[in-house]
Ligand binder design. Structure first.
Ligand code: PRP
Length: 207
């Protein structure tokens, strides 16, 4: 399932992300804001559990999200602010990390490090800013599947149609929540119009 947000606030945030005037701190803040909206959308029908709490009237039971059934997994580096955003919204959620880097010549993604908690029976939310060829996301999904996740949800900010097709064909069981579908990939496999390199813009490493 692919759900593309067509919300004016999200589109305005993305226009600011595209602007070269948007420097690292503002860029990361916008990424976090968009991530929060994607998360709200992705969890709109999430399972709720009864929670006993002490209130001014004594002990009472109210509904809350069953955070223990979710894990958030980020694809380094660009996905880091997205992970922060999810953890600010759901402070008790478990987190995992995948260091995946796309080779700049072959455009193949390569895994350097993975540190995931046990995913058995869990809903795993994978976050990454860009989905270009789809290679990094397919690798991330393969790894999470190998850890026996029950359900996988991807949150992405910008995607190219070519990469979306690859991920949807290889993993039709995965739900993708996307803020903006862009036009295409160029010959160097950069998203057009895109944002530039999201990791570089977040962490001040623009050459
Ligand atoms: C970018 C981006 C995604 C990946 C998408 O990361 O953040 O992880 O490329 O490309 P793909 O769909 O073609 O695999 P990059 O490898 O540049 O690493 P970085 O986040 O450290 O900059």
């Amino acid at each position: 399932m692919l759900r593309i947000l067509s919300n004016p606030i999200v589109q305005t945030h993305i226009t600011r992300l595209r602007s070269e005037d948007t420097k690292a701190l503002a860029f990361r803040t916008l990424v976090k804001e968009i991530s929060k909206i994607l998360l709200y959308e992705a969890l709109h029908s999430a399972k709720m559990v009864d929670t006993n709490i002490q209130t001014w009237r004594g002990e009472e039971t109210f509904k809350s999200l069953d955070t223990s059934s979710y894990i958030v997994v980020t694809v380094l580096r660009a996905g880091m602010p997205m992970l922060e955003s999810v953890m600010e919204t759901l402070p008790d959620i478990e987190a995992g990390f995948l260091a995946i880097k796309r080779d700049e010549t072959t455009h193949e993604s390569k895994l350097y490090y993975d540190r995931l908690p046990d995913c058995s029976g869990k809903s795993v939310i994978i976050v990454d800013v860009m989905l270009a060829t789809g290679g990094s996301m397919c690798d991330a999904i393969d790894i999470v599947k190998s850890k026996n996740a029950q359900e996988i949800i991807c949150l992405n900010i910008i995607a190219a149609p070519e990469g979306l097709k690859v991920v949807q064909e290889k993993h039709p069981d995965v739900d993708i929540y996307l803020a903006q579908k862009d036009e295409k990939l160029n010959k160097d496999k950069f998203i057009i119009p895109g944002l530039g390199d999201a990791g570089d813009r977040e962490y001040n490493t623009i050459a």
